[in-house]
Design a protein around this ligand. Structure first.
Ligand SMILES: Cc1cc2nc3c(=O)[nH]c(=O)nc-3n(C[C@H](O)[C@H](O)[C@H](O)COP(=O)(O)OP(=O)(O)OC[C@H]3O[C@@H](n4cnc5c(N)ncnc54)[C@H](O)[C@@H]3O)c2cc1C
Length: 399
């Protein structure tokens, strides 16, 4: 029978980044098992691939700020190409939603997120696809940009493999074994693996893995989001545009392969699955572009896909050992932030697994036992997170 110090279920960005940091921290006997024939087949291969440090969820905002330096200067040999194209992110919109985001951006400057505020005229001058009539202005977040997801995912996987980790594809976990509420191994579609530590990085299937381990499922919901890509344009130079998000209409677009990538920012709860597209959401994305950015109205949609963003009920990731099943370790609930937070969260997860503590982040904010302790009423969540945010504001650090 095979064995490993740590078995990681899932070769998406969560499993890959955690494997990388486990190896960096000296735990070399790591085996990643993935049900598909390629890593990143599900959510990690379907993202919009941006670093967007400005966020209304302060936990994800902190984790993406902590991760940003990695994208700008990854370790030597991590990837052959830059991980980030630092072309910024532009937030536009009208009315209260735009005012709110502008307020968040002003506050966030104190946390190190650099931004500029533009009038409607300045915004359209910088991004001529926009229409002055539809915007009250723009907030340009200067240090954000487009990530190379392929380079990031394979950088983590190859780095982990160089350090001794193994990757087994087409290996679906079908059973997780325990003895006296302590993990002792897994059964996969291609055989058994003995291990006392099993990481649940199964994305949308995280709760299915919990059930296999005899752990309590947590309030995690996979939600589908669509993306379309329109035909390349030679009539309009779009290559250097930032991702532009309209906060009042809830859609975003950015350059992609000479054309435009756009999302209607939908969020439909679903059972875990290989997510397919729905015609109505594809039409909605095309309609947004046609109505609000008529100069780049799509003539042809060249590509479309959907992926599942798995979101915890309190909008924070779930990282830590299960409170009831020893050795069963959660690394789930990355929602719409798994790429931009992977460097920080991967390292935090590795430290928590190996040392049961980390100095990088308050572990109680992301621990799975927060759902067991009855601390999940909204007042309790808000109190906990407000305390975290105020402390952070009082001593801002770009870790
Ligand atoms: C449309 C869209 C846009 C997004 N845009 C961004 C963005 O701009 N920036 C950003 O940071 N994030 C973005 N995200 C979110 C980001 O993609 C996710 O947070 C991240 O990919 C989640 O990674 P994961 O490893 O948890 O999940 P996954 O990539 O889904 O990986 C989980 C893996 O576990 C495997 N698995 C499941 N069950 C088993 C089993 N029984 N046995 C073996 N293997 C199993 C699956 O096959 C899968 O490969 C976006 C997501 C979507 C859908």
């Amino acid at each position: 029978m095979k064995s490993a110090d740590v078995v990681i279920i899932g070769a998406g960005i969560a499993g890959a980044s955690m494997a990388y940091y486990l190896v960096q921290h000296g735990c070399k006997d790591v085996l990643i098992v993935e049900q598909e024939d390629t890593p990143g087949y599900h959510t990690s291969g379907r993202s919009a691939a941006v670093l967007s440090q400005l966020d209304v969820d302060e936990i994800f905002m902190k984790l993406s700020i902590m991760s940003a330096p990695f994208f700008y200067s990854p370790p030597d040999g991590f990837a052959d190409v830059p991980l980030i194209n630092p072309n910024g992110i532009l937030v536009v919109g009208q009315g209260a939603p735009f005012k709110f985001l502008r307020g968040v951006a002003r506050l966030s400057r104190r946390l190190g997120i650099a931004s500029q505020e533009w009038s409607p005229q300045e915004t359209v001058k910088k991004l001529p696809a926009l229409e002055e009539d539809f915007i009250d202005g723009g907030v340009f977040i200067t240090d954000d940009g487009a990530l190379d997801v392929h380079a990031l995912l394979w950088g983590f996987l190859n780095g982990a493999k160089r350090g001794g980790a193994r990757l087994e594809l087409n290996a679906k976990v079908e059973g997780i074994h325990t003895e006296g509420k302590r993990v002792c191994g897994v059964t996969t579609s291609v055989g058994e693996i003995a291990s006392e530590r099993v990481v649940n990085a199964a994305g949308a299937w995280a709760n299915s893995m919990a059930v296999l381990a005899g752990a309590r499922p947590l309030p995690l919901t996979p939600c589908r989001r669509h993306i379309i890509v329109t035909q390349p344009r030679d009539d309009f130079p779009i290559e250097d545009w930032p991702l532009t998000m309209d906060t009042s209409r809830h859609f975003y677009f950015k350059p992609e392969s000479g054309g435009v990538l756009a999302s209607p920012m939908d969020q439909e709860p679903m059972e875990p699955c290989d997510a397919h597209t729905d015609e109505m959401q594809v039409a909605k994305a095309a309609d947004f572009l046609t109505r609000f950015t008529p100069k780049i109205a799509p003539k042809t949609i060249t590509n479309q896909w959907a992926g599942l963003r798995t979101i915890a009920s309190d909008h924070a990731p779930i990282v830590g050992e299960d409170p009831e099943v020893k050795g069963f370790f959660w690394c789930a609930g990355q929602a719409g932030h798994g790429m931009e937070t992977a460097p920080a969260l991967g390292e935090i997860a590795a430290e928590l697994l190996l040392q049961a503590h980390t100095h990088r982040f308050p572990p109680e904010l992301i621990a799975p036992d927060r759902f067991h302790k009855g601390g999940l009423s909204w007042p309790a969540i808000v109190a906990r997170r407000t305390a975290f945010f105020l402390k952070w504001l009082a001593s801002p650090t770009r870790v």
